[in-house]
Design a protein around this ligand. Structure first.
Ligand code: HEM
Length: 180
C-alpha cells in the first residue's frame, strides 16, 4: 500500500500514545523502515505487521487497532490533509455514502497505482442501508467498520453499524448494516 497508510498509523500512535510507543511498535514489528514516504508503495505485510505490533505494545486487540485506525483515517488523514477531496464526496452523510462507490476513482488522480476498495450501497430506508465492501486484500473488515464510524463523526451524526455477513462466512465481500 502507499506509504501514506503507514504514515497514518504512525500519526495515530504518536498523537494518542506518544513517540516512544511508536518506536517500540516499529521495533516489535520487525519492519525494516523507520520512515515512510507518502507516495512510495510498500508491501502490504508492513501495514499488517505494524497493526499487530501496535496491538501487542498498546495492549488492545487488532480489531480495536483497525477500528481506531479507520476513524483516524477519516477524521485526520482524509479530513485534515485532503479536505477538498473529501468535500467532493458529498454534503451530507447520506450523499457521501451514495457517492462512496466512486470515491477512489478521484483518489486515483493522486495515487494512480492504488488497489482501491469497491463499495456497493443498497438503501433500506431514509436512514438505513446495507454497504458491501469488496477488496483484493484480506483482513481490513474492522478498518471499514472504523471508517463508517469516522464518517458519522465527520458529519456529526451518530451511526450504528455491524457486520451482517462476510468473508468469514465464505462470501467474496463483507456486508455491513449502517443506520443513522
Ligand atoms: C481523501 C481521502 C482518501 C484518500 C486520499 C484515500 C487513499 C487511499 C489509499 C492511498 C489507500 C491504500 C491503497 C493502496 O495503496 O493500494 C486507500 C485504501 C482504502 N481506502 Fe481510501 N482514501 C480516502 C478516503 C477513504 C474513505 C472515505 C473510505 C471509506 C469510507 C476509504 C476506504 C478505503 C479502504 C477500505 C481501503 C483499503 C483498500 C483495500 O480494501 O484493499 N478511503 N485509500
Amino acid at each position: 500500500m502507499y506509504g501514506i497508510v503507514n504514515k497514518a498509523i504512525e500519526g495515530l500512535v504518536t498523537t494518542n500514545f506518544g513517540e516512544e510507543k511508536w518506536e517500540k511498535i516499529l521495533e516489535e514489528s520487525g519492519v525494516d523502515h523507520d520512515v515512510f514516504s507518502t507516495n512510495e508503495i510498500y508491501d502490504d505485510k508492513i501495514t499488517f505487521d505494524l497493526a499487530i505490533a501496535a496491538s501487542e505494545v498498546l495492549g488492545i486487540s487488532v480489531s480495536d487497532v483497525l477500528i481506531a485506525f479507520g476513524k483516524y483515517w477519516v477524521l485526520t488523514t482524509a479530513k485534515k490533509h485532503y479536505g477538498s477531496l473529501m468535500e467532493t464526496g458529498g454534503e451530507t452523510l447520506k450523499e457521501f455514502f451514495v457517492n462512496l462507490p466512486n470515491f477512489h476513482s478521484r483518489v486515483m488522480l493522486l495515487y494512480p497505482n492504488i488497489q482501491p476498495p469497491e463499495f456497493d450501497v443498497e438503501y433500506i430506508g431514509e436512514s438505513e442501508m446495507k454497504l458491501k465492501y469488496f477488496s483484493q486484500r484480506e483482513g481490513l473488515t474492522d478498518f471499514v467498520h472504523g471508517l463508517i464510524l469516522g464518517l458519522g463523526e465527520a458529519f456529526d451524526i451518530e451511526v450504528e453499524t455491524h457486520l451482517i455477513q462476510g468473508r468469514k462466512d465464505g462470501l467474496p465481500y463483507d456486508e455491513f448494516s449502517v443506520k443513522w
